[in-house]
Design a protein around this ligand. Structure first.
Ligand SMILES: [Zn+2]
Length: 443
């Protein structure tokens, strides 16, 4: 028996094992494997492999070895079939197993195996690998590898917990998590770094739990002072996602200002909320206790509606929804109307000239824009925003973890701070299911 056929026989046994796995289910324990979607509904997939590579058709429950065409393989789909370099090879799914080197897709190398399957005449590409090898690719995409080890380990443990708790997220797509910011950014081997590898290895198998179940370990770049309550951002009460000091004043996004021309604002909000028609007026509809705008009222020529700060952030492309807002009215000289936290109604003060620095004092008067005679005959020129933070602000602040690590806190103390009431547990000692809350937003 030559070496090649022994390899193929081993692979067929492996393939039978793979097919028997329930899709979308991450087993906890030492051998936990994950399926990560690299490409979805694509017309073609180009793979390259430097070394010996095996290709198997797993279709019809009868795995069949196919010849690997060399260092370039172009997969396409027509109808229910998959074509390799323009020759039909079967219905798939196809399993690509590198034997002596990595397989390369989109100029990036991947550990583990690749699975190609036909979904309604288009192709999906999935990377199947161990959870720990996956995390080696994820952690350095989330935080700089040069950060202190306790911050890297906190990120590794949060990402491991997030991965397991969200393993059903892309169930209908045939994998568990995608490789973009929708889930967690993952680009294979080339993103790996020895320091983040060490953080993954030394935190091996650790997860965060609350009442014995995996938490939804959401995290973000910078909260901007205090982390946010999940109830405010996602309208869902979660006991361990409550505001705590964020420790992140060292972040470049600790404070920021934006100025958006009114025409540009109209275009952006028009795309997000076309039913409202051309924007006429925008004003706060609700404030948080610490004076942030958390709901906005949009008045358009065709309708009116209240949106959340998060919806506004997504529509306009802001770093976060932690903001105070004002509108500059023209012509020259511009007058800026700032809305600051009032006792009951949105209230306004006027500052001049147009600088994003409101005078932080209790407003003298509350009321509608029309109540300000200074604004008569002046059209809105731009929206000015005084903001803080980057991301949704719920759970772990990455810049906060860095600062806590610099101050001497370890990963357990950092995680217990940002997820109050939660604790570290070993995988395998907790059920392989998440708590009831699974977030729709990881950033
Ligand atoms: Zn996703």
């Amino acid at each position: 028996m030559n070496k090649g056929s022994a390899v193929y026989r081993g692979l067929i046994i492996l393939a039978l094992f793979l097919v028997s796995l329930t899709p979308g289910h991450a087993a906890t324990g030492k051998a936990a494997m994950v399926k990560i979607g690299l490409a979805q509904n694509t017309a073609e997939i180009r793979l390259a492999a430097g070394g010996e590579t095996a290709l198997l058709d797993l279709g019809n429950g009868d795995p069949r070895a196919l010849p690997w065409p060399g260092d370039q393989a172009l997969f396409t789909a027509i109808g229910e079939l998959i074509y390799l370099n323009e020759i039909p090879v079967g219905r798939g799914p196809l399993l690509v197993v590198p034997v002596t080197d990595f397989v390369v897709w989109d100029e990036k190398r991947y550990r583990g195996e690749l699975i190609i399957f036909n979904q309604n005449g288009t192709l999906n590409l999935v990377n199947r690998l161990s959870l720990e090898n996956y995390l080696r690719g994820v952690v350095p995409k989330e935080v700089p590898a040069g950060w202190p080890m306790a911050a890297l380990k906190a990120q590794a443990i949060a990402a491991r917990t997030y991965t397991l708790a969200n393993s059903e997220r892309h169930r209908n797509d045939g994998f568990q998590l995608c490789a973009t910011t929708h889930c967690q950014v993952y680009e294979g081997v080339d993103g790996e770094h020895p320091e983040t590898d060490r953080a993954v290895l030394e935190s091996d198998g650790l997860v965060i739990t609350y009442n014995g179940r995996l938490i939804s370990a959401v995290y973000h770049d910078t909260a901007g002072g205090y982390t946010k309550d999940a109830a405010e951002i996602w309208n869902y009460e979660v006991p361990y996602l409550k505001p705590v000091p964020a420790w992140d004043t060292g972040s470049p996004y600790s404070q920021w200002n934006r100025s958006i021309a009114w025409d540009e604002l109209r275009t952006q909000l028009g795309k997000a909320f076309p039913e409202l028609g051309k924007l006429r007026q925008l004003s706060p509809a609700a404030f948080s206790d610490d004076g942030r705008v958390i709901k906005l009222n949009l008045q358009g020529e065709a309708g009116e509606r209240v949106i959340t700060g998060e919806q506004f952030r997504q529509a306009v492309g802001l770093p976060s929804s932690h903001m105070k807002i004002g509108i500059a009215y023209g012509l020259e000289p511009l007058i800026t109307l700032w809305w600051l936290y009032g006792q009951k109604n949105p209230a306004a003060i006027i500052s001049e000239p147009e600088v994003p620095e409101p005078v932080m004092q209790e407003p003298e008067a509350a009321g509608e824009v029309a109540d300000w005679p200074q604004l008569q005959g002046k059209p809105p020129v731009r929206l000015v925003i005084n903001g803080a933070g980057r991301g949704h602000g719920v759970g772990l602040s990455q810049w906060g973890a860095k600062r806590m690590a610099e101050a001497g806190y370890n990963e357990r103390q950092i995680l217990e701070h940002f997820y109050p009431g939660a604790k570290l547990s070993k995988m395998g000692t907790v059920p392989d299911i998440a708590g009831e809350f699974v977030s729709n937003v990881s950033k």
